[in-house]
Design a binder for this molecule. Structure first.
Ligand SMILES: Nc1ncnc2c1ncn2[C@@H]1O[C@H](COP(=O)(O)OP(=O)(O)OP(=O)(O)O)[C@@H](O)[C@H]1O
Length: 235
């Protein structure tokens, strides 16, 4: 039997209370198997980021359970959640969040210096095809290159899970494809489970599993028999 990275049951998230309460997740049930490349689709406001934030240990659920392997996240203390994030999870966001005053290598070192089992920063930069740019500052790099530094930073700690919220949202499709290729390589060579939130529905063709959200609920889970390569995807 395949193990799950995440086992999620009746997960609910309510922001605020009373008349202004927002039901961002309305009872989500999901199994995310180890090592899969998963794409989350759904309209703006359907709850994708909220789910990512909860299972990434950045936010807390209002109700329900979310297990990472054999550990329950919803009952962890803040300290345990911080350790979980540090040891197991990498994040990539739409706007790269790099430190402008640090070079590409130094941005990666920020993470490797506090990680339990990091790879060499230069190896992480090589993995995303940026060995030649290690001494450049973010302002000297293109958007796609900056995003690849952000991916190198996230994977340098050798996370079990890589969360990507709109990683290609700010990029043209050629550059975006290069970024998707890197994410696929991370999934295949490091074996990390990769979860990508995207508005570009065509990117779902490169996933093992496609999860569609609507109004705080999962309305479809689809497994692809055949995955497309990033080069074959148009958006
Ligand atoms: N901190 C917050 N306080 C109050 N409401 C919030 C908060 N964060 C999110 N929401 C609401 O929760 C709902 C789900 O938001 P979420 O960001 O998860 O959606 P999403 O599917 O990721 O959207 P997008 O594709 O636009 O990023 C939305 O109605 C949003 O307005």
């Amino acid at each position: 039997m395949t193990e799950n990275t995440y086992t999620i049951r009746n997960l609910k998230k309510i922001y605020g209370q009373g008349e202004t309460a927002v039901h961002a997740l309305r009872g989500v049930d999901l199994d995310i198997p180890e090592g899969e490349f998963v794409v989350l689709l759904g309209a703006s406001g359907s709850g994708k980021s909220t789910l990512l934030n909860i299972i990434g240990g950045l936010d807390r659920a209002s109700e329900g359970t979310a297990r990472f392997r054999d550990r329950e996240l919803t009952t962890m203390s803040d300290r345990e959640l911080t350790r979980y994030r540090r040891d197991h999870v990498g994040f990539v966001f739409q706007f790269y969040n790099l430190m402008p005053s640090l070079t590409a290598r130094e941005n990666v070192e920020l993470v490797t210096e506090i990680s339990r089992n990091p790879m060499e920063p230069d190896k992480a930069l090589a993995l995303v095809g940026l060995s030649e740019r290690a001494d450049h500052f973010p302002s000297q790099l293109s958007g796609g290159e900056q995003q690849r530094v952000a991916i190198a930073r996230a994977v340098a700690k050798q996370p079990d899970v890589l969360f990507c919220d709109e990683p290609t949202g700010a990029l043209d499709s050629t550059t975006g494809r290069a970024v998707l290729r890197v994410l696929r390589d991370v999934n295949e060579t490091l074996g990390a489970t990769v979860l990508v939130v995207t508005h570009a529905a065509s990117q779902a063709a490169m996933a093992d599993r496609v999860i569609r959200f609507s109004d705080g609920q999962v309305v479809e889970v689809r497994e692809n028999d055949r995955k497309l390569r990033p080069e074959e995807i148009e958006w």
